[in-house]
Design a protein around this ligand. Structure first.
Ligand SMILES: *Cc1c(COP(=O)(O)O)cnc(C)c1O
Length: 396
C-alpha cells in the first residue's frame, strides 16, 4: 500500500467491498510513502515547489489542492458511497457550494424544517441572485411532486429533521425527482453515513456538516459534499478554487482522525440514544418524545427501512418555556449548548437557540414549541446521563 500513488484522491487503495469501519480507518488513510507514517500528515503549506515551468507533482497552491484535504475527500467519498467528495470550511459553505452550482432563474424545492442556517442562506442571500425556493413538508412525497416547476433543478432535504425528527422517503423522492430531471441533495448530518447512505437510496449528492458526528469531538467546523457524477466533482472543485471556502489542512486532519472511530461512536450513540428515548417516553413530566426509534413514531417503519440505526438525536416536550428553563438550569453532565454529534451530551432549547431565527410564526407552523428540548446523547456512561436528566426533570 505504501508504494501506491500517494495522491489518492478518487482512488482509495483499499478494496471497495471492505466493511464500513475498515473504510473509515483506511480509505484515503494509507501510510505516507516517504516516511511510512501511519497517520496522514498535516501538509501545512500554502504552495509547492516546481521543478521547471509547468512541471510539478500535481500540487500548485493549497486553495486548489492539498494532500491532507485529498486524503479526507477520498475517505468521505468512500464512506458515503459517492464517486468523489469535496470538503469546505463549514457545513454552510458546503451548502452554499451546492447552491452555487445553480444559475439565476433556477428553482429549488426544499424541506420546510431544515437546519436554521439553510433557509437563512436561501432566503436572505441566494434569492438576491435569482434563485427561488419552495418549502414543503417532504415527509409526504406528493408535496414534493406538487411543488415542481419547469425550472426546478434541485430537491434539498434533511431526514430526520431537526428537532422534530420527521423522516422523508429518500428512495421515493429520488425516483419521483429523477422522472422530472431534478437532482436530489440530502443533508445527512444527523445520521452520518454509518446509519444512512442516501446515495445508495438514489440521492445525487449528500452534504454534511462534518462539525457534528463525522468529526465527532466538537473541536472543529467543516462541511462536505459527496457526489455521484464526475461533472459534480469537477464543478465543486472549481468552486473550491474560485470561491475559496476550503477546509484547512489541520481541520481536515481532525476529521480524518475523528472518522476512525465513527463506527464505534455511532454504535454507542445509538445504544444510549435508545435508552434515553425510552426513559423520557416513560417520564411523567415529559409530554411527548420525538425519536424515530420509538415504536409510536409515525415513521418508525420507514426509519427501520431507510436507516440502520436510530442515532442519538431526541427532542421532547416539557410543556412550557418555564419548564424547559427549570430543567436546563439543573443539568450538569449534559451541557446546555448549540451543536450536536460530539462525544459529550449536548442539550439545547430550539425555540431560543437553533431555531430562534425561524421566528415564532415559523416555529408554530412546523410544530416547534417553547417547551421543546433537544438532546444530542453523547457517549458518556448512559446511567450518568439518565441520572443527570432525572434530577434535572425533578425541578419541573
Ligand atoms: C450544523 C448543521 C449545518 C451547518 O453546518 P456548520 O458546520 O455549522 O456550518 C447544516 N445542516 C445541519 C443538519 C446541521 O446540523
Amino acid at each position: 500500500m505504501a508504494n501506491g500513488d500517494w495522491r489518492t484522491q478518487e482512488k482509495s487503495l483499499i478494496p471497495k467491498q471492505s466493511g464500513f469501519a475498515t473504510r473509515a480507518i483506511h480509505a484515503g488513510q494509507e501510510p505516507e510513502p516517504a516516511t511510512g507514517a501511519v497517520t496522514v500528515p498535516i501538509y501545512a503549506t500554502s504552495t509547492y515547489v516546481q521543478e521547471e515551468i509547468g512541471k510539478h507533482k500535481g500540487y500548485e497552491y493549497s486553495r486548489v489542492s492539498n494532500p491532507t484535504r485529498d486524503r479526507l475527500e477520498t475517505n468521505l467519498a468512500a464512506l458515503e458511497g459517492g464517486t468523489a467528495s469535496r470538503v469546505f470550511a463549514s457545513g454552510m459553505a458546503a451548502i452554499n457550494a451546492i447552491a452555487s452550482m445553480l444559475k439565476a432563474g433556477d428553482h429549488v424545492v426544499a424541506g420546510h424544517n431544515l437546519y436554521g442556517g439553510t433557509p437563512r442562506l436561501f432566503n436572505q442571500v441566494l434569492v438576491n441572485f435569482g434563485l427561488t425556493f419552495t418549502y414543503v413538508d417532504t415527509s409526504d412525497v406528493d408535496n414534493v411532486g406538487r411543488a415542481f416547476q419547469k425550472n426546478t433543478r434541485l430537491v434539498f432535504l434533511e431526514t430526520p429533521t431537526n428537532p422534530l425528527m420527521q423522516l422523508s422517503d429518500i428512495r421515493a423522492i429520488s425516483e419521483l425527482s429523477h422522472r422530472h430531471g431534478v437532482e436530489v441533495v440530502v443533508d445527512n448530518t444527523f445520521m452520518s453515513p454509518y446509519f444512512q447512505r442516501p446515495i445508495e437510496l438514489g440521492a445525487d449528492m449528500v452534504v454534511h456538516s462534518t462539525t457534528k458526528f463525522l468529526n465527532g469531538h466538537s473541536d472543529g467546523l467543516g462541511g462536505v459534499v459527496a457526489c455521484t457524477k464526475p461533472e459534480q466533482a469537477e464543478k465543486l472543485a472549481f468552486l473550491q478554487k474560485a470561491a475559496g471556502a476550503i477546509l484547512s489542512p489541520f481541520e481536515c486532519w481532525l476529521i480524518l482522525r475523528g472518522v476512525k472511530t465513527l463506527a464505534v461512536r455511532m454504535e454507542q450513540h445509538d445504544r444510549s440514544g435508545r435508552k434515553v428515548a425510552d426513559y423520557l417516553s416513560k417520564h411523567k413530566k415529559v409530554q411527548k418524545v420525538f425519536y424515530p426509534g420509538l415504536p409510536d413514531h409515525p415513521q418508525h417503519e420507514l426509519a427501520k427501512r431507510q436507516m440502520s440505526g436510530f442515532g442519538s438525536m431526541i427532542a421532547f416536550e416539557t410543556g412550557s418555556l418555564a419548564n424547559a428553563n427549570k430543567m436546563l438550569r439543573k443539568v450538569h453532565i449534559c451541557s446546555l449548548a448549540e451543536s450536536l454529534g460530539g462525544v459529550e451530551t449536548l442539550i439545547s432549547h430550539p425555540a431560543t437557540m437553533t431555531h430562534a431565527a425561524v421566528g415564532e410564526e415559523g416555529r408554530r407552523k412546523i410544530g416547534i414549541s417553547d417547551g421543546m428540548v433537544r438532546i444530542s446523547v453523547g457517549i458518556e456512561d448512559v446511567d450518568d446521563i439518565l441520572a443527570d436528566l432525572d434530577q434535572a426533570l425533578a425541578a419541573i
